[in-house]
Design a protein around this ligand. Structure first.
Ligand SMILES: Cc1ncc(COP(=O)(O)O)c(C=O)c1O
Length: 410
């Protein structure tokens, strides 16, 4: 057996065990798109989706994409350098305007937008200062920047959301410049960045610049859904904003927002932008149509999401669930034991509700949870169905009482 096969077998041990016990929860194929789908022919309400405003499957969005397919097909067969369309440029200009920044650059994914932005800005004179719950795209961009031969950046972490710890990390750094990366909302815990205090801390340092990944704040925070900078009116204090089309904006794609100079620089430096194919126009058209809707609706779409999230939060809390640190529409149902999360997931899926479990190493041991995202696309009936099932299985698997599950017989 080659070492590669040996490594794969070892790496798959836990996964194969879960598959054998029929509690493996991931990669379940949907038979149609959206929050309401089918799996193996059975209707499912999906509560682990990031389609926060429920617009991904809107008929207008589909129509716009179909029209774009007719004109541009599904691919442009090259990177943006030689495969930029008027649709990309127009949407970049509109997004810059809507978010309130000088310029915008569309990447093919949010992951690539973050990796490319960090790699283009950080060098040997830079310390990358990260919240210790940073998303994989921030970590990967940072590790790549740190690994560049002879000009790698320094890396420092601060305790999640702690301005005190950020100040300490900034003061201990060994490089002149600091790029501080945080997220608007942390996707596994559903808690908002402590952004005002973190900004105060960063602004005490003349060479620290804040970069915010607002993937989960776009469409959900601020009156019009522009994100955390709108909610706190701090666009001028957040010079670099990264977001995605893969949640509220109905498809896939990444965004960088910033000053003209910074965005132009990244556009000519970011390898994840220059050496990867451009975003297909049907996807650009879908995002442009969702932007139309956000512009036309004013605050209404976001208000509807918040109303639903408030109902779910109140009901979950009344039943007695622990929602961890959540203070947004992302409400992890804390199970704090892997088997409780897996068993509840399986039982709920059998009954038509999907909440994906998040287990170690996605979160620390003892922090296992079900991923519950409320979206504007969920109906009151969807939420009540989920609440009824959660109550039944939360009791059956001792999530509500906190007692230990009996050991499994082998
Ligand atoms: C905080 C955060 N940043 C970035 C991304 C990556 O976005 P995309 O799906 O567009 O690659 C995600 C998606 O999982 C995310 O949760």
């Amino acid at each position: 057996m080659s070492w590669v096969t040996e490594k794969a077998k070892k790496g798959l041990e836990r996964i194969r065990e879960a598959q054998d016990k029929q509690v493996y929860p991931y990669f379940k194929p949907f038979e149609s798109g959206g929050l309401h789908t089918t799996i193996d022919g059975k209707p499912i309400v999906n509560f682990s989706s990031n389609d926060y405003l429920g617009l991904t499957t809107h008929p207008k969005v589909k129509e716009a994409s179909i029209e774009a397919v007719k004109k541009f097909s599904c691919g442009l067969s090259s990177s943006r350098v030689q495969a930029t369309t008027t649709a990309h440029v127009e949407l970049e200009e509109r997004l810059a305007d809507w978010f309130g920044y000088e310029a915008c650059l569309i990447f093919t994914t949010g992951y690539q937008a973050m990796v490319g932005t960090i790699m283009s800005l950080a060098d040997k004179d830079t310390t990358l200062v990260l919240d210790n719950l940073a998303h994989a795209c921030i970590l990967d961009g940072t590790f790549l920047a740190a690994g560049v031969p002879r000009s790698g950046s320094e890396i420092r972490f601060f305790n999640h959301n702690s301005a005190r710890s950020l100040r300490r990390a900034l003061s201990k750094r060994e490089r002149k410049n600091a790029l501080v990366a945080i997220e608007g909302i942390y996707s596994l815990d559903g808690d908002e960045a402590n952004i005002l205090e973190l900004l105060d801390a960063a602004e005490e340092d003349p060479n620290a610049v804040m970069l915010v990944d607002d993937a989960h704040g776009t469409g959900t925070l601020g009156m019009h859904g522009k994100g955390i900078h709108e909610k706190y009116d701090i666009a001028s204090r957040v010079p670099i904003l990264v977001s995605t089309f893969s949640k509220t904006f109905g498809g896939i794609g990444g965004l960088l927002l910033g000053s003209k100079d910074v965005v132009e620089h990244v556009k000519h430096q970011a390898r994840s932008f220059l050496f990867s194919a451009s975003l297909p126009v049907p996807v650009v058209a879908a995002a442009a149509t969702i932007l139309d809707m956000l512009e036309e609706s004013g605050p209404q779409l976001v208000a509807e999401l918040h109303e639903k999230a408030a109902y779910m939060r109140k009901s979950l809390t009344e039943i007695g669930f622990d929602l961890g640190k959540s203070d947004t529409h992302i409400m992890p149902v804390m199970c704090r034991e892997e088997r409780k999360a897996l068993f509840t997931h399986v039982a709920m899926l059998e009954s038509g509700v999907m909440m994906v479990p998040i287990t170690y190493p996605g979160v620390q041991k003892g922090e296992e949870r079900l991923r519950l995202n409320v979206t504007r696309g969920h109906t009151r009936e969807d939420m009540d169905q989920a609440l009824d099932l959660l109550k039944i299985y939360g009791e059956a698997f001792f999530i509500l009482s906190g007692e230990e599950l009996a050991p499994m017989e082998s």
